[in-house]
Design a binder for this molecule. Sequence first.
Ligand SMILES: CCC1=C(C)/C(=C/C2=NC(=C\c3[nH]c(/C=C4\NC(=O)[C@H](C)[C@H]4CC)c(C)c3CCC(=O)O)/C(CCC(=O)O)=C2C)NC1=O
Length: 161
Amino acid sequence: MQDAITSVINSSDVQGKYLDSSALDKLKAYFATGELRVRAASTISANAASIVKEAVAKSLLYSDVTRPGGNMYTTRRYAACIRDLDYYLRYSTYAMLAGDVSILDERVLNGLKETYNSLGVPIGSTVQAIQAMKEVTAGLVGADAGKEMGVYFDYICSGLS
Ligand SMILES: CCC1=C(C)/C(=C/C2=NC(=C\c3[nH]c(/C=C4\NC(=O)[C@H](C)[C@H]4CC)c(C)c3CCC(=O)O)/C(CCC(=O)O)=C2C)NC1=O
């Protein structure tokens, strides 16, 4: 896993150089948003269960996926879906804190699309639920932190699509 700092340092190191002004600007921008990131992570962790619940209510309840024959039908599959959404929220929060997507590639997206396709988990409905989490989260943490979280929710959606 990388973060905004190691990623800037690694790319300077590859060139055998000290950090140039654009590298330093990237670090400044990251440090300037440090408190925003930590505050957002704390709000999200205190409200994780209700974020997921509200997002499910907005996007999946009373749709085809929750009816008999749908992929979320039966308690076991409903619970698996909620658990997956909780993974997406938690890992997006880690990535937002790190300011880097690499943790999503390594721990979430690796092999996920293939798993979903083989189990018949509908990717379109999953993307809708993640987009609903993005809205609910932004409503809770505010526009700036919400926009930053949106980067990582969107990254998961494009990795699934
Ligand atoms: C931390 C990284 C990580 C991820 C991301 C992950 C996802 C993941 N979701 C799974 C299943 C599943 N995922 C869903 C999800 C849904 N079905 C729907 O209709 C909804 C649209 C959607 C929720 C938004 C369901 C229902 C299953 C169970 C499918 C089945 O067994 O038939 C499975 C198959 C194994 C299992 O059932 O546990 C994996 C590996 N596992 C991991 O370790």
